[in-house]
Design a protein around this ligand. Sequence first.
Ligand SMILES: [Zn+2]
Length: 379
Amino acid sequence: MMAEKDDKNIKALREVWRRPENALCADCGKPDPDWASYTLGVFICLRCSGIHRNIPGISKVKSLRMDHWDEAQVQFLKQHGNAVAKAMYEAHIPIYYYQPTHDDCHVLREQWIRAKYERKEFTQPGRQLPYSNGLKEGILWKQGRDNGQFLPRKFLLSEREGCLKYFAKQDAKEPKINIKIDTINATFQPVKIGKPNGLQITYLKDNKTRNIFLYHEDGKEIVDWFNAIRSVQAHYLKVAFPVASDNEIKSRLMRNFLKEGYMEKTGPKQREAFKKRWFTLDHRRLMYFKDPLDAFAKGEVFVGSGEHGYSVKQGLPPGTQGGFSWHYGLTIVTPDREYLFTCETESEQQDWIAAFSRVIEQPMTPQEYAIEAYFKLSS
Ligand SMILES: [Zn+2]
């Protein structure tokens, strides 16, 4: 009798699990989740289940394959599931709020899960959230330019002034740096910075890229800063482009880098010795640095669209000299010249080619024509 009842239960569990609405992790979108929370009624992936396990007051998780599920728990999953949970916990997400995917770092995914289920930030419309009022002030640890040490610095974000500032001294009246909000890109870089909550802020000064590297011990605080910057940027874009749709605004907000890593490069004569550099592809800007944590890019290359004479090719032009120690070459062709790079491995080479191809395949926007013109002027 008992075995028969178990079989029926397992069958019922499989049926709910197989519903199309439960085909992706409720929190990061990864296909084929095989864990579930029996207090929230959501189907989630293994990595997200690890985060849920750390919030036991809210969520209790089990493996759908390995653990025993009793009838009441299966019924609960049946009545809930990812669609019902989404309608409740994700009902009112501000357009600027960053919803992480499976590829994002731990702190972003953890704070997203806590914001949804623990703090219930998105269940009610128009809630006053710690990142939604257009003003944020506080201390962040900023890496010094000379010795690489992290020091506490006062930061101020202002929607009214459209900028992010930081101050060298707590009581200083004048900011050390005043960054225009529309030039900022921020990305979490735990590995590169060597801190789990490490945040890189990239901005333009005189149309040149500058980096600052920050962190805060508290995961909520650093993610609040991240979303506060996005919120001020969304406000700026709405004022600048009043007819833009929410999706257009979203697509213009800060973005992840398409790819980062070491390559070797040679100079414009293509006879100079190849030098190892750290490269960052931030949409159409390919920047290179001597060290991944440098404040200033040593140089930048604009990567336009295919219809405008840009392409990427595997390999180096025949007879390339200059001495390179890495053997997986690639060439970026622009209307003005060719850029030669080498990668350490074939998979790195293929990843870079794929990243460049993605950018080159997209048509250029009017703003990007202006940036291209600037690059041409200054080169
Ligand atoms: Zn997940």
